[in-house]
Design a protein around this ligand. Structure first.
Ligand SMILES: Nc1ncnc2c1ncn2[C@@H]1O[C@H](COP(=O)(O)OP(=O)(O)OP(=O)(O)O)[C@@H](O)[C@H]1O
Ligand SMILES: [Mg+2]
Length: 147
């Protein structure tokens, strides 16, 4: 297992709260980085990516779930934001096929992978992980960022 050195815990109580965490997270995790996003369906992984897109100067309205398309790329001021959802992938070969490892080596890319924790190979090479869990109320989310 990965040994993370740093950890930060955050809490949000609304979708907008999660969006506004993008600023902080984009500063905490500057490109190049491979970031795993973990958390159940509907916890807000895609919403968080939308917030990061806005913080990087990309058009955040464009940010939609790459559930079927697998990879979306957005152009920020200095950073390319590459957003993947590997929920539907089964094998290492499929990961290679979508070019994940090349993306992870790009010097200007922040690569964020929803459901990346389904693959040991992704966890091994990840620079950070963000875990989102349900808080006490319906719209509350707890984030644990480790890097
Ligand atoms: N605090 C919150 N942060 C983010 N989303 C929230 C929050 N409270 C409620 N929501 C709602 O939860 C949903 C989060 O959806 P989102 O697509 O971001 O989740 P996801 O983790 O990417 O899911 P999936 O695993 O299906 O891709 C949205 O409908 C959003 O309005
Ligand atoms: Mg999603």
């Amino acid at each position: 297992m990965k040994e993370w050195i740093r950890e930060k815990r955050l809490r949000t109580r609304s979708e907008n709260g999660t969006l506004s965490m993008g600023e902080l997270l984009s500063e905490l995790l500057p490109a190049p980085k491979l970031v795993v996003l973990r958390g159940d369906l509907g916890m807000g992984k895609t919403t968080l990516v939308r917030g990061i897109a806005a913080a990087l100067g990309a058009d955040s309205k464009e940010v939609t779930s790459p559930t079927f398309t697998l990879v979306h790329e957005y152009k920020g001021r200095k950073t390319r934001l590459i957003h993947l959802d590997v929920y539907r992938l089964e094998t290492e070969r499929e990961l290679e096929g979508i070019g994940l490892w090349e993306m992870a080596e790009a010097p200007d890319a922040l690569v964020m992978v929803e459901w990346g924790d389904r693959f040991a190979s992704v966890m091994e090479r990840a620079d950070a992980e963000i875990e989102m869990t349900q808080g006490e109320t319906e719209n509350e989310r707890l984030l644990r960022v480790r890097w």
